[in-house]
Design a protein around this ligand. Structure first.
Ligand code: C2E
Ligand code: MG
Ligand code: MG
Length: 727
């Protein structure tokens, strides 16, 4: 039988069963033809069967031998008797009338005894009277008629005594003769020897033939089946097994056929299970469970693939769109994840059905979606694709649990290969453009421009410089007075961060506006240590003023939303109050509406905790954000700070004036103080007075100034608002 490895090498790896069958058919037949006899001789089962057959044949032959041996011996003895009779009968003298006289003369008798196999004999009359004995004595004695049929054989088989009756002899005598039967003994012995030899030869022949037959019809098929099962157990998925050359009409052939079928069935099952598992894994790894859209991994893979292939088609261009839902976190936080999930599903569905089949629409992050769309003659501008995306989202509100949600999105777009030829870079560019869209007020499309890159680089540089500035104590605080509009008195100051970055210019520094560096600090988290430095410094300054000058005004400190989410602002505030010994009522934290955009529950909790620390809270830039009025009541705030843009425009823009008036009314209705910032002129002041605004801050009274200048201000100012008219 040929080895598995031989079979393997003769059959290709082709998984196709048909091919495999044809290829291996011939090798199976070769295996049959050249099957090694040593396999047969080594086979235990063959030996057992053969031994049993061999012994059975021997036993049967021994029984047969036993019968034929007796027959053979009898035949020889009969021949001997005939020889004896033929020798004796002619010697009897029939002329003698005396029935008791010996019919044979002594000379004749002696001659008979010496020349023939007759060793001795006795002559009886027909009436059984003993007439005469010659030669060796006899064992048989004829006394009665029954004795006539007897014979005698000596123990060593050397002599044989027989009775010749008158009929046998054709004479009226009975003769008992002793014949030399030693020859018969020899012949029987050689007969036995010969027969046993033949028996052995026959058994050997039958056994050999049997072995061959067993090998051919039993062993080979069994080994064939065993080898196939072995091959199948080694590689159940791709069993390299030859087709069975055995006819299914016999039992073994049938069993092999069944085993082969099971092996192939098993392989097919494994393949099916494996491919189902692979499908599942593929789905889990490459698709988003919520929307069913491809995920970021698949999106990038597809993008790489497309861009690699587009090398061949010179004209292939793609729009890469990055989209982010505006304020999605709010919906998630306020309405729960079920609503958030339903909206994401809706957005996914809407995008998928709005985009043609050839576009790749995927969900790349929580509320982020990305699209790759080939640009062709129909749609050849990436901008058009982006506008379409935005309009699809804006088209109508999303309906969830019978509630309508107007969703807005920011979209960034870049073009391959115009903006970049590397897939990661194109997507990055789309992301940069998306960030731009978000920074510039959201709900819009921004196309990638190289300038954005430069802006990003500049931001990195600014971040490095800002870190340096914090470390080398190059940051400082300016203070801008806040006045009570009714009494005219200074009631406090807002601490505003200043960065005069040392350089080689004439002044020795460059002023960098907080409007430029605060966003960078916020994005990097650097705002946390900076904010802590500001709070500690401002409180320490305020304490110094009260210690030295008896000043007991408030100090307003700007706090970034990032400080709310990334640091423990409550315990830090408590620490600063304890450390500086300032009365917490004199500390006011200004937070912008953006903090309410984040986790509302968390914000309420933090604000309540700050309230219990005893500090006051103001909402800065009020009116510009999205804060929902319904939440306003839940916040433990003390003051609304009208954004300066409304004040600045109040006199020439009716809308802005209306907003400012409304904020004042709203604040009062909620029992809050209202402070206006950005008051630059007497007219601004008059407007605010007319509408009962409580407090004011602006260039009309003072720009933000150094600590010592603010001290001068509150020491010199007498509380008369009109004193600013001259300035
Ligand atoms: P803000 O908190 O709304 O501060 C008021 C801004 O208005 C200040 O700008 C101030 O100089 C300016 N201002 C005050 N009165 C007038 C006026 O009559 N006319 C005009 N045109 N402007 C006026 P500044 O100092 O450039 O600060 C800009 C923003 O930077 C601040 O807005 C605040 O959001 C942020 N900021 C400043 N210091 C800090 C700080 O220590 N921490 C944090 N987180 N943010 C800060
Ligand atoms: Mg402020
Ligand atoms: Mg402000």
């Amino acid at each position: 039988m040929v080895s598995i490895s031989k079979l393997k090498s003769s059959s290709s790896d082709n998984a196709n069963t048909q091919d495999r069958t044809e290829q291996t058919h011939s090798s199976a037949w070769k295996a049959m033809l050249f099957s090694s006899p040593s396999q047969i001789w080594k086979s235990r089962i063959s030996w057992r069967i053969t031994l049993a057959v061999f012994l059975t044949i021997l036993a049967v032959q021994a029984v047969i031998l036993n019968f034929t041996l007796k027959e053979f011996e009898n035949e020889r003895l009969f021949q001997l008797r005939e020889v004896g009779r033929a020798a004796i009968a002619p010697l009897l003298d029939t002329s003698i009338k005396d029935l008791l006289a010996s019919p044979i003369s002594t000379e004749k008798a002696d001659q008979l005894l010496s020349t023939t196999l007759v060793n001795g004999f006795a002559v009886y009359s027909n009436q059984l009277d003993l007439i005469k004995t010659f030669g060796e004595p006899l064992a048989l004695v004829m006394l009665e008629q029954e004795s006539l049929s007897k014979t005698y054989r000596s123990a060593d088989g050397g002599s044989y005594e027989v009775v010749f009756r008158a009929n046998d002899l054709q004479r009226p005598f009975i003769i008992v003769a002793r014949l030399d039967s030693s020859n018969v003994q020899g012949e029987v012995f050689s007969f036995v020897k010969q027969t046993i030899l033949i028996m052995l030869l026959m058994s050997a022949f039958v056994t050999s033939v049997l072995m061959m037959a067993l090998g051919r019809w039993l062993l080979e098929p069994i080994l064939f089946m065993r080898n196939n099962l072995l091959a199948a157990s080694k590689d159940p998925e791709n069993p390299q097994i030859p087709a069975s050359p055995y006819s299914v009409s016999d039992e073994i052939g049938g069993a092999i056929d069944l085993a082969q079928k099971l092996i192939h069935q098993n392989a097919d099952n494994i393949k099916r299970i494996k491919s189902a598992a692979e499908d599942k894994i593929h789905k889990l790894a490459y698709y988003d469970k919520l929307t069913g859209l491809p995920n970021r991994t698949l999106f990038l893979q597809d993008l790489t693939e497309k861009m690699r292939n587009s090398g061949d088609e010179k004209t292939m261009r793609y729009a890469i769109i990055a989209m982010d839902l505006d304020h999605f976190k709010d919906i998630n936080d306020s309405m729960g994840h079920n609503v958030g999930d339903a909206i994401l599903r809706g957005v996914g569905k809407r995008l998928r059905s709005a985009m043609p089949e050839r576009a790749m629409v995927s969900r790349t992050g929580e509320d982020e979606f990305a699209i790759t769309m080939p640009l062709d003659t129909d749609i050849n501008s990436a901008r058009d694709v982006a506008d379409k995306v935005l309009s699809v989202i804006r088209a109508e509100p999303f309906k969830v649990f019978n509630e309508e949600f107007q969703i807005r999105a920011s979209v960034g777009v870049s073009t391959f290969p115009d903006d970049a030829i590397d897939p990661d870079q194109v997507l990055k560019n789309a992301d940069i453009a998306l960030n731009r869209a978000k920074e510039e007020g959201r709900d819009s499309v921004k196309e990638y421009s190289e300038d954005f890159d430069r802006a990003v680089q500049q931001r990195f540089q600014m971040l490095r410089d800002l870190r340096d500035a914090l470390e080398h104590d190059q940051l400082s605080l300016h203070y801008q007075p806040q006045l009570d509009l009714n009494t005219g008195k200074v009631i406090g100051a807002e601490a505003l961060l200043r960065w005069f970055k040392p350089d080689n210019s004439k002044e020795g520094f460059t002023f960098i506006s907080p409007a430029d560096f605060i966003p960078v600090a916020e994005q990097s988290g650097l705002i946390v240590p900076i904010g802590e430095w500001v709070m500690e410094r401002a409180c320490r300054d305020a304490m110094e003023w009260s210690d030295k000058y008896g000043y007991d005004g408030r100090i307003a400190i700007n706090v970034s939303g990032v400080q709310f989410s990334q640091s423990d602002i409550v315990s830090f505030t408590q620490k600063v109050i304890t450390k500086t010994g300032i009365d917490p009522k004199r500390v006011e934290l200004e937070v912008t509406e953006s903090v309410f955009m984040d986790d509302i529950q968390h914000t309420i909790q933090v604000l309540q905790n700050l309230n219990s620390v005893g500090v006051e809270l103001a909402i800065d830039d009020f009116g510009t954000g999205y804060s929902s009025l319904s939440y306003l009541r839940q916040f433990p705030i003390d003051r609304l700070k009208i954004d300066q843009s409304f004040i600045r425009n109040a006199l020439n823009n009716a809308d802005d004036a209306a907003i400012a008036k409304t904020i004042i009314a709203l604040g009062h209705s909620l029992n809050l103080k209202v402070i206006a910032e950005g008051a630059e002129t007497k007219e601004h002041e008059e407007f605010l007075l007319e509408h009962n605004c409580d407090e004011v801050q602006g260039f009309r009274y003072s720009r933000p100034v150094k600590a010592e200048d603010f001290v001068k201000f509150f020491q010199e100012y007498d509380g008369d608002l009109t004193s600013f008219d001259k300035k």
